[in-house]
Structure formats: C-alpha cells, structure tokens
Design a protein around this ligand. Structure first.
Ligand SMILES: [Zn+2]
Length: 94
C-alpha cells in the first residue's frame, strides 16, 4: 500500500516538474531576450535578483575581471559591490 502511494506521489511530482519546465519562460534582465525552457544554472543564471542568459553572464564575468584588475587587491566584499554595480549598469543599458 505504501509503495503505491509513493509511486503516485512520485508521478505527481514528475508531472508537476514537467509542467513547470514547459511553462518556464524567463527573460534575461540584461539583453531582454527570452530564455525558453529556462533551467537555472543550465541555460540561465541568477545574480542578486537578476536573471541572466549565459551570453550576458560571460560579459559580466569579463567586466568583473577587468574591474578587479584595475583595482587590486579585491576583497570578497569588493567583488560583491562591483558585481552589484556592474549588474545594474548592464541591466539599465537598454
Ligand atoms: Zn542576456
């Protein structure tokens, strides 16, 4: 009896996940492009409260690196601050 219930629970969970997966459309906060079938850390990433496509994440990474090179040494908090600034600049761009 228990195992049947388990299977039903699992099925429901799987369908729910499937439904969510199909319905999930996310817009990149930087380039505003649609990311269809969005899956976190697979085809989009989240920094602070922003969703980024992988192309924009790469740009963010490059900017942060340049930023860090310009002002050494960078502490963890500096990275945090810089990331926030760069992100809001990137998102305000368009
Ligand atoms: Zn993007």
């Amino acid at each position: 009896m228990d195992s049947v219930l388990d299977i039903l629970g699992l099925l429901r969970y799987t369908w729910q996940r499937e439904k969510e997966r199909k319905m999930t459309v996310i817009y990149c906060d930087v380039c505003k492009k649609e990311i269809s079938e969005a899956r976190k850390d697979i085809n989009y990433v989240t920094y602070l409260d922003k969703d980024l496509c992988l192309t924009c994440e790469e740009k963010l990474r490059v900017s942060l690196k340049q930023h860090a090179a310009a002002r050494r040494p960078m502490l963890f908090k500096d990275y945090q601050d810089s990331l926030g600034k760069i992100l809001s600049k990137m998102c305000a761009h368009r």
